[in-house]
Ligand binder design. Structure first.
Ligand code: 2AM
Ligand code: CA
Length: 256
């Protein structure tokens, strides 16, 4: 099996396990605060993903949320994995959370997989092969007027309420767009833009495992991704993120 097929199999196996699990209160821990949680299942699923990927491709590197990165190995291929993107949703809603697996060869995208676990919806893209939800091709929306656009952001407080250098710009943007939605998962929200159900995505904080799978899907769907300053999004660092249904919107959004 090639990397893509191994990735799909591993993500589906992990999704089947998560759908069946019943989370106990004692399995929830605080990482840095009561708003930054991790569960036993984040760790279990990351272990499962790591084991299955490394069994098939022992020379690949893995960058995941819950364990230290594997040192770079003989191959230049790196898998960016988030076992649960939207942990708070997983805990409180048992829906609107994803498994995210992005595979890159150096800085060249290979494929991205984002599984909306409870909806059993797999978003996927191979570089140069378009973007898909299951068997259906997906594409970003053609909306271009600011007043027609739907903005999605995973954390209302971080984007609009807490002070940061772009706060005033974000508040202005929220007044000019058609509406603001907040799902609580970077990967799923970028896929919402990829599928044309939202037009803009903004977050002040995202990690490589949050966005490195969905960014491939968004770009293959016709969209574009930058930092909120409109710069190229780094592959290996935490960053702000601006996701767009089209690269044409970049200058328009940056001057709001
Ligand atoms: P997580 O569920 O994997 O933690 C909403 O909280 C979104 O922001 C989720 O995608 C969440 O990922 C991500 N997120 C939460 N805390 C974060 C942090 N400190 N830095 C970057 N992303 C974070
Ligand atoms: Ca996570």
């Amino acid at each position: 099996m090639d990397r893509f097929n191994v990735g799909v199999k591993v993500v589906q196996n992990a999704g089947n396990l998560l759908r069946q699990c019943r989370l106990e209160e004692a399995e929830i821990c605080q990482k840095t605060s009561h708003q930054d949680l991790v569960t036993l299942w984040d760790r279990r699923i990351e272990q499962l993903l790591r084991n299955e990927i490394l069994t098939a491709f022992p020379r690949d590197a893995i960058v995941g949320e819950e364990y230290p990165s594997e040192a770079h190995r003989a191959e230049s291929v790196t898998w960016y994995i988030d076992p649960i993107d939207g942990t708070t949703n997983f805990i409180n809603q048992h829906q609107n959370y994803a498994i995210s697996v992005g595979c890159w060869d150096g800085n060249k995208p290979l494929f991205g997989l984002v599984l909306d676990v409870e909806r059993k919806a797999l978003y996927w893209a191979r570089h140069g092969g378009g973007a898909w939800q299951g068997q259906t091709p997906i594409h970003t929306s053609g909306r271009r007027e600011l007043s027609d656009l739907l903005l999605t952001t995973p954390g209302l407080q971080y984007t609009f309420l807490e002070p940061h250098p772009y706060q005033e710009r974000m508040i202005q943007l929220s007044r000019k767009v058609r509406g603001v939605r907040c799902l609580g998962s970077v990967a799923l929200e970028l896929c919402e833009v990829a599928a044309g159900r939202a037009d803009l995505f903004v977050t002040m904080r995202s990690s490589p495992w949050d966005h490195n799978a969905a960014r491939i899907i968004l770009e293959e769907a016709g969209g574009a991704i930058f930092t909120v300053e409109g710069k190229p999004l780094p592959l290996n660092q935490k960053s702000t993120v601006l996701g767009l249904s089209s690269a044409d919107l970049r200058d328009y959004i940056l001057t709001v």
